[in-house]
Design a binder for this molecule. Structure first.
Ligand SMILES: [Zn+2]
Length: 447
C-alpha cells in the first residue's frame, strides 16, 4: 500500500531529523554511530573490577519508598542502598519490557533503537505485542564490551541475545535457565565460584569470572500482571528477588571479590492496577464520527482494509492508527479531542508528543493512556490486575552500590538510558558507540 509506506518514510525522516537536532543541541559530542573509539585512546580509569546488574521486571520504585514500601522488607536491596546511592530513574515510552530493556542495553531511546510494543505494524499489516527488534547500527552493551575485550554473562537477560551475546559464547555468554529468580541467581553464583553453567543445553566454562554479570528476573512482573498490587503472592515474589541479591553478594564475598564488585539494581518499568474498562466507551464515541473503527489483537490481528481507525488495545495504552478518510491532521486533532473527553483518560499523545518523548516512530498516530485503575483492554470482567506501558509507570528504582560507588548520593535526573554508560564507566570502558546516556558520575568515585 503506497500511502502507509510514504507516510512511514516521512515519519522516519522526521525522527532522523529529531535525533540530529538533539545531537546538535543537547547531547555532548560522542563517538559517531557504530564507529569504535581508536585503540590508541587513553585507557579509562576503572573504579570497579566487575559489575553485577540485577534487572527486576516490573519492580515499581514505590516498593522502595512510597505507597507500596510496606509490602516487603527488602533487606538486601536496602543494604545496598544504605551503602551506596539511590534514585528513581526515568524509563522510556512506551513502558513495555522489551522496548524499555532495549533502552537499558543500548543507552538509546526508542526513537533510536526502535524496539516497539503493542502497536499496529504498517509493514506487516498486523498487530504486534512485543518484539526482539533492534535498529541496525545501534550498539548494545554486549557488543560494546566484546569489542573492548571485556567478558560478560547475561543470565536470561534476553535483550542482548544475538545482539552481542549468544548461547555457548564464553566471552559474551547468554543463558536461559528459566525457573524463577533463584534459578537465575544460581547461575550467577556458579560463575562466581568458577563453575560452568548451562547455556542453551551446553555446559560452558568462561575460565574466569566475567567482568559483567546481568541477572534478569520477572517474578514480580508476573504476579502483578495476574493479580495487581493486592496480589497475595506479591510479598513472596518481592522477598524472593531481594534474597537473590543477598545470595549473589555472599558468593562474591566467598570468591574474595566483593570489595572490587559494583552492584547495579534496576527495572524496566513499574506497574499500575487496572479494573475498570474504558475501551467500549472510547470505541462508541469514535463510531459517532462516522468513521469505521476496528480493534485488532496485539498478537497478530490484521485489520479489515476498509477500517479507518485501527486500535491495538492493551490495558495501559491504546495505539491508534488513522487510515483513509481518518488520516488527516484535522481528523487526528478531532479524534484526540473526542478521546480526551472520556472520563478516565489521562492523555492522548499525538505525533509531536511522541517525538518529544523520544518514543518509537513505529507507534501509531495517537497513543492513549488511561488513569489508574481504568484500562483499555478488551477484558471487561473487572478482576484486579496490574500492567504497564504508559508514562506513569515509566519510572524505575536505580541502585548503585559497592566498589567505586559513593555512599549516600541521591541520584537525580537519571534514566535507564544512562545505565549502559554507567556500567562502562565502572568497568573503565567506553559506552556503546551509539549510546546517548551519561554515566552517573556523581555516584562514581574517582580511582
Ligand atoms: Zn510486564
Amino acid at each position: 500500500m503506497a500511502l502507509p509506506v510514504r507516510r512511514r518514510h516521512v515519519v522516519r525522516t522526521i525522527a532522523a531529523a529529531t535525533i540530529a537536532l538533539l545531537a546538535a543541541v543537547t547531547v555532548p559530542p560522542g563517538p559517531a554511530p557504530a564507529t569504535p573509539p581508536p585503540p590508541s585512546s587513553t585507557p579509562l580509569a576503572r573504579p570497579a573490577q566487575r559489575v553485577i546488574l540485577f534487572d527486576f521486571d516490573g519492580f515499581d520504585p514505590r516498593f522502595v519508598s512510597g505507597r507500596y514500601a510496606g509490602v516487603a522488607e527488602l533487606p538486601n536491596l536496602r543494604a545496598l542502598i544504605e551503602e551506596g546511592s539511590y534514585g528513581v530513574a526515568r524509563g522510556s515510552f512506551s513502558s513495555y519490557s522489551n522496548s524499555s530493556r532495549a533502552t537499558t542495553a543500548t543507552g538509546t531511546y526508542p526513537i533510536t533503537h526502535r524496539n516497539t510494543g503493542y502497536y499496529y505494524s504498517r509493514d506487516t499489516d498486523r498487530g504486534v505485542s512485543q518484539e526482539r527488534y533492534l535498529e541496525p547500527g545501534v550498539e548494545t552493551i554486549a557488543q560494546s564490551l566484546r569489542r573492548q575485550d571485556r567478558t560478560a554473562a547475561y543470565l536470561q537477560w534476553y535483550v542482548v541475545q544475538n545482539y552481542g551475546a549468544a548461547f555457548g559464547d564464553p566471552a559474551a555468554l547468554y543463558t536461559q535457565p528459566g525457573g524463577d529468580c533463584q534459578t537465575r541467581a544460581d547461575q550467577a553464583i556458579a560463575l562466581l565460584h568458577g563453575e560452568p553453567v548451562d547455556s542453551g543445553g551446553t555446559m560452558v566454562d568462561p575460565a574466569r569470572i566475567p567482568d559483567l554479570i546481568t541477572v534478569y528476573c520477572d517474578d514480580v512482573d508476573a504476579v502483578l500482571h495476574s493479580d495487581g498490587f493486592s496480589a497475595a503472592g506479591l510479598p513472596a515474589a518481592l522477598a524472593r528477588v531481594d534474597a537473590q541479591i543477598g545470595r549473589v553478594r555472599d558468593a562474591a564475598r566467598e570468591a574474595g571479590i566483593l570489595d572490587e564488585t559494583a552492584f547495579v539494581v534496576t527495572a524496566d518499568h513499574g506497574a499500575r492496577d487496572w479494573t475498570i474498562p474504558l475501551l467500549p466507551e472510547v470505541v462508541d464515541r469514535l463510531a459517532g464520527t462516522g468513521l469505521t473503527v476496528e480493534v485488532i489483537s496485539s498478537s497478530g490481528g490484521a485489520p479489515d482494509p476498509a477500517s479507518e481507525i485501527v486500535i491495538v488495545a492493551a490495558p495501559r495504552t491504546a495505539d491508534i492508527t488513522l487510515r483513509g478518510r481518518a488520516d488527516t491532521p484535522a481528523q487526528a486533532r478531532n479524534i484526540a479531542r473526542i478521546i480526551r473527553s472520556v472520563p478516565g483518560i489521562a492523555a492522548v499523545y499525538d505525533e509531536r508528543d511522541l517525538r518529544r518523548m523520544k518514543a518509537s516512530d513505529k507507534l501509531g498516530d495517537l497513543v492513549v493512556e488511561p488513569i489508574e485503575p481504568y484500562h483499555l483492554s478488551t477484558l471487561t470482567d473487572g478482576k484486579p490486575r496490574g500492567s504497564h506501558g504508559g508514562l506513569a509507570e515509566a519510572y524505575v528504582p536505580l541502585v548503585l552500590s559497592g566498589a567505586g560507588i559513593r555512599a549516600g548520593v541521591p541520584l537525580h535526573d537519571v534514566g535507564l538510558v544512562d545505565v549502559a554508560a554507567t556500567i562502562g564507566a565502572l568497568l573503565g570502558v567506553h559506552p556503546p558507540s551509539t549510546s546517548r546516556g551519561q554515566a552517573v558520575r556523581q555516584a562514581i568515585e574517582r580511582p
